[in-house]
Design a binder for this molecule. Sequence first.
Ligand SMILES: Nc1ncnc2c1ncn2[C@@H]1O[C@H](COP(=O)(O)OP(=O)(O)O)[C@@H](O)[C@H]1O
Ligand SMILES: [Mg+2]
Length: 342
Amino acid sequence: MADHPSVLLTCSGQRVDIVRAFRDALARRGEGGRVIVSDLDPLSPSLVSADMVVQLPAVDDPGYGAAVAEVVSREGVGAVLPLTDLDPVVLATAAPLVAAAGGTVFLPAPEVAAACQDKWLCHEALQAAGLPSPPTWPVDGTDKGALPYPMMIKPRIGFAGRWIHRCDDRGELDFFLARTPVASVLQQALPGEEFSIDCLGSLDGRAIGAIPRAMYQSKGGEQIKGETLDDPQLVDLAAAVIERLGLMGPCTIQCFRQGDRILGVTDINTRFGGGFPLPLAAGGDYPFLILAMAAGEDVAPQLGTHRAGVVMTRFLSEHVLVRDGDRLRSMDGREEAVTGGI
Ligand SMILES: Nc1ncnc2c1ncn2[C@@H]1O[C@H](COP(=O)(O)OP(=O)(O)O)[C@@H](O)[C@H]1O
Ligand SMILES: [Mg+2]
């Protein structure tokens, strides 16, 4: 909407790359608008790179959705996107409130967002949709002696690889099960190679983009080294997952493949993937397409049009800030520091 050109990126954390990409996309659209971010940590690096910072309650505060809608209305926000796994379900639930305020939440229906966060529900949803999911069992009521080892213990609601353990036999499974503090599922450890596909679904659940990448190195859930692939089988798999599950907005689908056999979809995140710069560099201009969709424009599917052989190798970067009264100011002058109150 012309009177809602801005973008709100919630729980923006370290995702400076995404904030910058939306600033660039807004500049190219040339309709004004700002990148507005929220994060409870006043030292989150993304706050320094944004045009504006808003204070929102904690995501588990019952007023979170209403506070988001208030920002949407007050600041003329057209698109709302979560950048971490903390608030997709809350935001998806608040989509009607946000719509009434003039904005669009780029997430699927709340039950779909919830199924993507919960590895047991995700397994059930994939199976019900006729999509490949690794053999998966609940912890309770499963005969641990009869499982096909090696097995993985995975938290039902997990992220960044936390509380995931590979178990080569019953003894290891019992050891980790006795120690994990979170509700878990048991999943067959898959052979083969793991891939990630960075995707974009339209607001009516069509697959607009699907860019597969090889995962050469990850640390704490962040992709460090990777390469985009020309891989129609993975593009087709991702398109089927998006369209059968009803995924909307940016999402990342992970799977294992051995030879030419897809063994299972192991993880779906309803947000930009940790390897965000790679699909962007390969031609997946998802921020620009999201702005177009928020403005009510139809966007054409771009499946298979990305550039393959784009390689990313990452390193840490930083903002150096100086105190200026009760605010912090950027020292390098590249960006206006807008963070304050530390
Ligand atoms: N079934 C599996 N077989 C083998 N490795 C797995 C399996 N599931 C997960 N993993 C490994 O654990 C990592 C994290 O698992 P994932 O399901 O993506 O959880 P998270 O939500 O924490 O990202 C994966 O990147 C992969 O390396
Ligand atoms: Mg994952």
